[in-house]
Design a protein around this ligand. Sequence first.
Ligand SMILES: *Cc1c(COP(=O)(O)O)cnc(C)c1O
Length: 377
Amino acid sequence: MMKKKTRLIHGGVSRDPHTGAVSIPVHHASTFKQNGVGNFEYEYGRTGNPTREALEKLIADIEGGARGFAFASGMAAITAIVQLFSKGDHFIFTDDVYGGTFRLMTRVFNKFGIEVTFVDTTDLDKVKSAIRKNTKAIYVETPTNPLLKITDLKMISSIAKEHQLKLIVDNTFSTPYWQAPIAFGADIVLHSATKYLGGHSDVVSGLVVVANEELGEEVHFIQNSTGGVLGPQDSWLLMKGIKTLGIRMEEIELNTKAIAEFLVDHPAVEKVFYPGLESHPGHSVHKKQAAGFGGMISFTVKSEEKALSLVNKVKYFTLAESLGAVESLISVPPLMTHASIPRERRIELGIEDGLVRVSVGLEDVEDLLEDLEQALE
Ligand SMILES: *Cc1c(COP(=O)(O)O)cnc(C)c1O
C-alpha cells in the first residue's frame, strides 16, 4: 500500500507509457487516427484525451474512487453532477454552501425543475426532516466557507444510505490529502481544483471522483454529452500541482496552527473560526474524519471599518478571492464572496460585518505573524 505523498507522485499513470517521460506529455490533439473503423484507443478530444485521462486516473487513485473526471472549472464539475438527476428531483444542500453553487441551484437549475432545500447539515435531525419523497441526493461541504462548519460524513452517509440518496461531497477545503469522503460512504466527491489541488493560482479547473463504475459510466456520458472538459495544458498544470500537494498541506498546516493561536490571543480579535481549535464546535467530528485541519481561518474584528483597515495594511496577505495557493490571501467575506446575501441573512448565518477570512500560504510563518501584528494594531 503506497503512502499518501508517494501516491501523489506515483499514483494514476505516473509516467508516459510510450516514452517513459516522467512528466506526462501534453497532447494537444483534437482527434486521433483509427486503426480501422471503431478500432482505436482515443477517438476525439472531448470524449477522451491522454493528458486529461492521466489526471483523471490520478485523482481517482488519490480519492480512493473508481473513476475520475476533469472539468473546465469547479462549477462545470458541479453542473455535470447535477445533470445526473432529473426534473422534479429534490436535493438537500449544506446551508452555507459555496456561493457559486447556491447561485447555480437557485438561478439556473431551478429553471429546469430541480428542487433544493438548504439546511444546517451539522444538525442531523434537520437533515432527516428535510427528506421528501422526491429527494435524491444530499450535497455537503465540510469544512464550509467562511465559518468552517463541520458535517459528520459517516452519520450523513448512513442517513443517505437508509433513504437511498446519493451523497455528494465538495472536498475542496480539505483536499484528499487530509480527507477522503468515499471511505466514509460518499458516492461522489468533487473539487474546485482551482484551489489546493492546483495550488499555484494558475489554473481554473474542477475534478469529480465517483465510488463505483456504474456512476462512472453515467458521469462520462454527461461529460462527453455536455462537453465542459478540461484542456490538456491545464490538465498538465494540475498534475504538476498535485505532485506537491502533500508537502504543501503539511507546511500550510503548521503555519495555520501558529496563526490561529496568535489570533486567539490577540486583543483586537473577537472570534476565531478554525476547526483545529478545541473550542470549535466541529473539532472532534473533524478529527474523526480528517487527518489535518487545512489552511483556512476566519475571524472577527470589531467592525467593518476595522476589517477594511486590516486588509489594507497587510503586506504578505494578498487581498483576493479564491484560496489554497502558495501565497497567503485575505478577504472580507461580507463585502466580497458573500456580498450578495442580504445582511440580515448573513448575520443569521454568523457572517458578521467584521469577519475576515485568510487562506494561509507557504511564506515563513514569522513574516505572516509579524504582518498580522502590525496590521491589527
Ligand atoms: C471555488 C469553489 C468552487 C467553484 O470552483 P471554480 O473552480 O471557481 O469554478 C466550488 N466549491 C468550493 C468550495 C469552492 O471554494
